[in-house]
Design a protein around this ligand. Sequence first.
Ligand SMILES: C[S@@+](CC[C@H](N)C(=O)[O-])C[C@H]1O[C@@H](n2cnc3c(N)ncnc32)[C@H](O)[C@@H]1O
Length: 239
Amino acid sequence: MDWDAFFTVHRDLPREGPGLADDVAWAGRLSAVPGDGLVCDAGCGPGGDLAALRQLVPKGRVDGFETVAHFVEAATVRFAGDPSVRIIKASMETLAGSYDLIWSAGAVYFLGVTKALNVWRRALTETGAVAFSHPCLFTDKPSRAALAFWEGEPGSIGTESTTRAEIASAGWRVLASRPLTDEAWSAYYDPMLARCDQLEAGEVSDAVASAIAAARMEAASWRTVSHETGYMLYVVRPC
Ligand SMILES: C[S@@+](CC[C@H](N)C(=O)[O-])C[C@H]1O[C@@H](n2cnc3c(N)ncnc32)[C@H](O)[C@@H]1O
């Protein structure tokens, strides 16, 4: 993977994975976040969910944790006028504090469910919750194309049952789960494809052309396997 080329495509995008403001609102309602609460966006990317998280805590604060420098910069610029949003360039493994909600869209698989929940338990209030979207196979007999869709991503991809088993064996319970909608995926892929068009309108190196082709292929593949795989959103609390 040529990361420079990858991040040339993955730049100036509103978000870096599927999701909608309505997903954040749903998780916020289930976890009963107080209006003056403290919320964390673990792996916030360019900050696509920060506005919706901010709405959960109008009198509180939102901390975004992210390790990729230009995502940190994009999120920081986006919320420069809001002192209640802090973007921290640090690993979500280092979360400390008393969060009412740790939200993590499409980032838990970088740590693994068990590790993330073990680390984050100590960063929650007594009534705190974690909400995370996570790759999921919607069938026990996925096609090769569905498995190939996740190739190269960290960790192994399971079904909702296997993820629920992991959550339970880490000592957490699921308050609710629901799959991300097609609209949530479009919120990620439509701007990414527009970015590909924009780059192709100018001169691009071979490496960037390959990264554009890979991005287009990913979006096209998702369309063919979306009935078999996608993201499941879980809201969980320690038992
Ligand atoms: C699929 S993207 C999702 C980004 C964002 N949540 C969104 O939905 O737009 C996953 C993000 O997790 C970040 N990430 C991966 N490992 C991380 C870590 N250990 N600490 C903080 N962020 C991390 C990546 O840099 C990336 O921005």
